[in-house]
Ligand binder design. Sequence first.
Ligand code: B12
Length: 304
Amino acid sequence: MNEPDGASAGDVARRLGIAVTTLRTWHQRYGLGPSQHSPGRHRRYTATDLARLDLMAQLTARGLPAAEAARTVLAHQHAPATQPSAGHNSGGHDGGGHTIAVGPAAGPAARGLARAAMRLDTATISGLIAAAIRDQGVADTWNDLLCPVLVGLGKRHAATGRLIEVEHLLSRCISGALTAVPRPDDPARQPRLLLACAAEEQHTLPLEALAATLAEHGATSLLLAPRVPSTALTATIHRTRPTAVLIWSHTQATGDPHQLQACLLGRHQPLLAAAGPGWPDLPPTIERPADLTTALALLRPLAQ
Ligand code: B12
C-alpha cells in the first residue's frame, strides 16, 4: 500500500471489491481491523492489514464460512508477512478502480473471480471456476459467476479501452474449465448436435458453455469455433447430418442471415437455431433460444 498514513476503510473496500459494511463486520466479529492509529484521526489500514484482509476475501470468495476463514487468517498472523498482490499496488493505471463491477445481484464468488482476474492470478481464476462447476454445475456457473464478470469486464473495457490482457486471460481460463467437463464416453457415435460460431465470430465462450452443459446432461455435440465460414458450415452439415444446428453471433457484424439460409438449402433439414445478440429479426422457422437453459432444453432431446 502506497499511502504513508495507511488507507481508509473505503479505500480498502474498493481495492478488495467488498462492501464497507463487510469490512466493519470482519473488524467487529473477528478483530480483522485497522492497526494504525494517529491521535484525533480515524484508524488507518496498513499494508499488513490489507494482506490479511485480502486473504480473508479470497477464502470467503472460495466459499469458506467467514468465521472459519478468519481463524485461518489469524493463524497466519505470525507467519512472515504476505505481500499484497501486484494489482493492489498498481495505483489505478487501468482507468480507475481495482476491480470489475459485477452488479449488485452477483455473489461473493463473482466478486472474488473479478478480483483474481484483475490480479491476473491464473491459479485462483481457474480454481474458482472449477470449484463452481463441480459444486453447482455448468449452467449456474455460467449464469451466476461467469456472465456477471464477463459483462462487467466488457463495460469496463468499453469505458476505458483497457483490460484486454484481463479479458484474454479470463477467457482462456473459462475455456479450459469448460473443456475439462467430462464428455459422454461413446467414441463410436457421431454427435447429432452441431454448434458453430458464425463467420468471423470470435466470441466462443457461450457455445463452449453450451457444449459443456450438454455433456453434463449426457449429450455430445460437435463444436466448431471460432470463425466458421458459411461454406465450411454447410459442408459439415452435409457430412455429419446433424439433427440440430445452433449458430452463435455475438455482434451485428457477424450476424448475416444468409449463412442461416445456406444451412437449409440441402436435402437434409436439421432444426436450425440462431443464438446470441448479433442476429437481426429472423423468420419464426428459425429457433431463437435466449439463454443457456433454453438452448439446453431445445437441443438435449435431439441429441439421440
Ligand atoms: C470475452 C470477450 C471477447 C473475447 C472472446 C473470447 C472468447 N473465446 O469467447 C475476445 C477478446 C476474442 C473478444 C473480441 C472482440 N470483442 Co468482445 N467481448 C468479450 C466479452 C467481455 C464477453 C463475451 C461473452 O462471452 N459474453 C457472454 C455473455 C456474458 O454475453 P451476453 O451478451 O451478456 O449474453 C446475453 C445473451 O447472449 C444470453 N446468453 C448468455 N449466454 C448464453 C448462452 C447461450 C447458449 C444462449 C443461447 C444465450 C446466452 O444471455 C445474456 C443476457 O441476455 C464481451 C462483453 C459482453 N457483455 O458480452 C465483449 C464484447 C461482446 N466484445 C465486443 C467487441 C467490440 C469485440 C471486438 C470487435 C473487439 C475488437 N475491436 O477487436 C472483437 C470481436 C471479434 C469478432 N469478430 O468476433 C463488444 C461488442 C459490442 C457490440 N455490441 O457490437 C462487447 C459487448 C464489449 C463491449 N462492451 O464493448 N471479445
